[in-house]
Design a protein around this ligand. Sequence first.
Ligand SMILES: Cc1cc2nc3c(=O)[nH]c(=O)nc-3n(C[C@H](O)[C@H](O)[C@H](O)COP(=O)(O)O)c2cc1C
Length: 269
Amino acid sequence: MDAMETIRHRRSVRTFDGSDLRGEDAKKIMEYANTVTNPYNIPVKWKLLNAKEDELTTPVIVGTNTFIAGKIGAVPHAEEAFGYSFERVLLYADSINIGTTWIAGTMNRPAFEAAAGLKEGEIMPAVSPLGYPAKKMSLRESAMRKGIKADSRLKPDRLFFDETFETAFDMNGDSWISDLFEMIRWAPSAVNKQPWRIVKCGKEFHFYEKRDKGYIDNTGFDLQKVDIGIAMSHFTLGLNEQGQSAELLLTNPAICTPQDTFYVATYRL
Ligand SMILES: Cc1cc2nc3c(=O)[nH]c(=O)nc-3n(C[C@H](O)[C@H](O)[C@H](O)COP(=O)(O)O)c2cc1C
C-alpha cells in the first residue's frame, strides 16, 4: 500500500452497505493482523465478532454485522502498543476498500468484551466495524463528523516543533520530514483531539502527549496514549516507505514542556 495515499483516503466509516463481509476479505484481514508487530513487542490478539449473534450494539454504526476486536495485556505501554498495531490493521483494511472506525466508547462494552473472550489481566481498548462503505452517509454520521470537525486537523505549527516547543517546525524546509509529519497530522484520534506533539532534535523525534481531561479511566488506562501509538504507527509507516528505519528509545530528553504535555517516546533515525 502507498502510505500517504492510504492515510489521506482513510476516514472513519460508520454507514455500511448492508452486505456481509466476504469470507476472503475477513481472511485477508486476519492474516495481515497476525503479522503486525509493535515497537514495544507486546502481542495483540485479534478476534472477529458477529454483532447479530452476540447482541453487540453501537449506536453510531449501521449496515454491517462484522467487527474486529483487539486484546492486549494490561502492561506498561499497552496503550501505545495497541494504538500502533490496531491502526496498521485498519490502514490495511482501507487499502483493500474495507471501511473501519476506531470505536472505544460508543458500544455496549460488556457485551463486546464477553464476545471477544476478554480474560483477567487483558484489556480491549477498541473495536472496529468491518464492511463495505455505503454510497451515502447516514444523517447521524454526517452530523457527528461536523460536530467533531472530522474533516479537518490542527495546523502543523500547533503539532510539530524544532529543538524546543518554542519553535514550530518549518514545514516548507526538508520536504521528506514535512511529508512524514503530514502523515501523522491526518491520523485518527479519539474525538479528533490530535493529542500528539513532536519535537525534532537532529535525528531524534520526541513524541509527547498533550493531555485533555477525561481520557484516563480509574485503572489508569489513558485513551490518548492510544492516539500517540497511532501517530507512531503513521510515522514509521512513512519512514519505511522512504527506505528508512528508526529505533525506539524511552529516555526523556528533559525538554521544557508546555502545560499538560507529557513525554511518551523517542524515535532515533
Ligand atoms: C482511540 C480512538 C477512539 C475512538 N472512539 C470512537 C468511538 O467510540 N465512536 C466513534 O464513533 N468514533 C470513535 N473514534 C473515531 C474518531 O472520532 C475519528 O477518528 C476522528 O473524528 C477523525 O475522523 P476520521 O477518522 O474520519 O479522520 C475514535 C478514534 C480513536 C483513534
